[in-house]
Design a binder for this molecule. Sequence first.
Ligand code: LLP
Length: 385
Amino acid sequence: MYSSDLINKFKTFQTPFYYYDLGLLRLTLETLKKEADKYGYNIHYAVKANANEKIMRLISSYGFGADCVSGNEVLKAYECGFEPSKIVFAGVGKSDGEIISALKCGIFCFNCESVQEIEVINSLALSLGKTAQIALRLNPGIDAHTNQKINTGLADSKFGIDFNLLEDTIKEISDFKNIKLIGLHYHIGSQILDFEPFKLLCERSNEMQEKLLALGYELPEINLGGGLGVDYYNPEENPVPEFQKLFSLINQNLKVRKGQRVHFELGRSVVAQCGKLISKVLYIKPARETNFAILDAGFTDLIRPALYGAYHKIENLTSQSSETKIYDVVGPICESTDVFVKHLELKGTSRGDLLSFSSAGAYGEIMASQYNLRKLPNVYYSDNE
Ligand code: LLP
């Protein structure tokens, strides 16, 4: 799927580098907007997936909101054109400083994960003469059927307030004068491709709504979080995720009362497919059972395989060989976990070949580190071609 012009361009760039196809990002954003608008759904881009300024500015230009998990993400979202009235702030451990800066920024809503956190937000809001809008993040006790390292909605997860404690929590916070409870929030996990958990989430949300009504609360906001998965195996065939399928399933299963608004916090599905990591082969080392293809990119540049055992499609862009061989594709970091994939069949690969990692736009650049005092990769965009 790479044109020879693009590959020739890549040959002139300093490796390793991230490459963003902004045309694909635009197509993804247009599709997302069209599908969300059908139901009047509110989308907040989950900044944690990719906080590259150019990417964020492009996303904010479509009028989406932002979902942030740190004070710096809130500030960055604001700087990149996201309206404060569309910024939500989640996280189990918001520091006082982060809460104060978000209050000053005038964000839409704090997604709160404990009574103690709400108490702190209340007192900080009081000291600033403000009222903070909050949503309770409930842990719905749902298995998202995804990689266990990114499954967040189960009872033993640190995230959210046990849904069984909704009533108690509401009672405990009812005296706080500088907060306004406006909704409930959930997030069950990431890279979800089996839609059944989203259906269960709707059922849990409906049940919680009934509970709230019985307590005399009609809250205007329902936030279902993020989690929609992407196709890591066939990224060219499925470059745009299944927004339509997700939203129509939610529309069919979620009970929404008059005046209520539904929110999503999508990260991966917005940016994963538009980004690639391109790396050069430094050395080929034959071993007893494999050949090591040693690259100039390592887990410092794309940590998902080492951290979660995640799969990214790898292709040799420049091999002239007509034969294939088996390789362990590894990085240069001094750690044995710096392995992208074992026993991969690739076209005959030699020193100097360029390898591409697909679907690296989400949780790629943003999770890069300088371990081993490595330089962070360069970034190039299709628009500069
Ligand atoms: N909302 C909340 C509260 C979250 O914790 C997350 C992701 C999202 C939204 C966005 O989820 P998404 O639409 O991107 O699935 N680094 C891992 C993924 C960690 C996800 C953390 N939370 C990975 O590379 O797979």
